[in-house]
Design a protein around this ligand. Sequence first.
Ligand SMILES: NC(=O)c1ccc[n+]([C@@H]2O[C@H](COP(=O)([O-])OP(=O)(O)OC[C@H]3O[C@@H](n4cnc5c(N)ncnc54)[C@H](OP(=O)(O)O)[C@@H]3O)[C@@H](O)[C@H]2O)c1
Length: 276
Amino acid sequence: MNQTRTWLITGATSGIGRELTLQALENGESVAALARDTSSLRELTHAHTDRLLLLPTDVREEQAVEEAVKSTLARFGRIDVVANNAGYGLFGAVEEASDAQARAVFDTNVFGALNVLRATLPVLRAQRSGHVLQGSSVYGQSAHPGVGLLAATKYAVEGLTDALAAEVAPLGIKVTLIQPGMTATPFLANLDVAAGLDDYDPTVRQVHQAIGEMPASAFSDAARIAEGIRGAVDSPNPPLRLALGASSAAALRPALEARLADLEAWLHVTEAVDRR
Ligand SMILES: NC(=O)c1ccc[n+]([C@@H]2O[C@H](COP(=O)([O-])OP(=O)(O)OC[C@H]3O[C@@H](n4cnc5c(N)ncnc54)[C@H](OP(=O)(O)O)[C@@H]3O)[C@@H](O)[C@H]2O)c1
């Protein structure tokens, strides 16, 4: 199975997507690699002529994504793994992000991912097999000052994925949310940053500065993240959510415990509203 597996990877030119692409090729698998500019992968096509298909595609453009999927099928005949990985971050207080910035990050991180789902799920449904990897984050279930809009996109991906996983499981399709913590990729360099309001200096700017001053050792290695993702794809029982990196677990655990604690502490009110 591993030898012939075909991946469709968005955001394949950089960071986690690039590592997924490299590891799949090293393992004899085929890759349809999507990004707006795929030229940085061109040198790899010489070594992997038959197994690497470069598809310059903007995930925000539905028709372009559909064309990319058609090209993938024409070349490889099937799609086994869809890595819905393309995305970027927006940093700033919720109030600071402009309407245009907020809509733009949703366009890529949420509506782009939906374009990929609508184009690939008919293929996976017809096969009655496949694995969808949904690009979430530690910010898919937790947030702190400065990441509100980024977290909003990842929470959106998590919400639709909870439903999606249950919808496609009877059709033979597996779904896993990928929740990396801080990972050493160009993600921070590609960050959009909202204009600052002084009132948020002690919170948002302080966090931004702290992230900027973190040592390299605080960031997970993208190749190791890709190895973790491959482990879930290889598993007969992959998880619905896969946290990757100690920083992810360290943020997710208290966030999840706090939700349960709120639920339990206020259960008397929760239940009282039903007793009339
Ligand atoms: N790095 C982290 O700390 C971290 C932590 C948690 C979650 N994540 C998530 O992991 C995923 C990958 O992040 P990364 O760190 O690997 O980022 P990265 O190194 O900045 O790579 C982003 C990739 O997405 C592509 N991309 C961006 N906009 C696109 C669009 N509109 N259409 C098609 N491709 C597009 C980029 O290529 P082009 O610019 O050529 O299109 C690039 O290949 C993202 O969803 C991110 O939110 C990252």
